[in-house]
Design a protein around this ligand. Structure first.
Ligand code: SF4
Length: 131
C-alpha cells in the first residue's frame, strides 16, 4: 500500500450515502492519525501561512506581494493575526512574567550548583590518622 493510499484510508470515511468517501472530521481524530496523514502540530496562523506559501509555489516573497485581497487568508498571510493587538499593559505584564521566570530559573540553577558542591565535600574521604 502506498503512502497516498494509506493517507486516504486514514483521512476518509464513507459518507452518509454509504458509497462515497468523505474527509473525516479532525475533531474526532487522535494525534497519531493526524501525524499519519503528514500533519504536524502548529497554530492556525502558522497553518494559514504555510498554505499561503504553498499557494505561491513556495515563494515567501510572492506571499508578501499577494494581491488577492479578498482571500480569507490574506490578512494572515504573514503569520500574524492583525485582529489581535497587544496592549502596552499586557506587553509589560509579559515582560515582568518573563523576568520572574528567568530569576526563578537562575535561583534554581544556583541552588543546584551549591547542592552539588555540598555533595562533593561530603563524599570526600577524610584523612585517617596514621597509627
Ligand atoms: S492570501 Fe490567498 S491567494 Fe494570497 S497567497 Fe494566501 S492563500 Fe494564496
Amino acid at each position: 500500500m502506498t503512502r497516498d493510499r494509506r493517507s486516504v484510508v486514514v483521512g476518509t470515511e464513507l459518507g452518509a450515502d454509504g458509497r462515497r468517501l468523505v474527509g473525516r472530521d479532525p475533531r474526532k481524530m487522535d494525534m497519531e492519525e493526524l501525524r499519519a496523514l503528514g500533519h504536524i502540530p502548529m497554530s492556525p496562523i502558522s497553518a494559514l501561512r504555510t498554505n499561503c506559501i504553498s499557494c505561491c509555489g513556495g515563494s515567501t516573497d510572492e506571499v508578501r506581494k499577494c494581491v488577492a485581497v479578498g482571500c480569507a487568508s490574506w490578512p494572515f498571510r504573514m503569520g500574524v493575526n492583525p485582529w489581535r493587538s497587544v496592549s502596552e499593559g499586557r506587553r509589560e505584564a509579559g515582560r515582568r512574567l518573563a523576568a520572574k521566570r528567568a530569576e526563578k530559573i537562575a535561583r534554581a540553577k544556583s541552588d543546584l550548583s551549591a547542592g552539588q558542591q555540598d555533595d562533593f565535600h561530603r563524599s570526600k574521604p577524610r584523612e585517617q590518622p596514621i597509627s
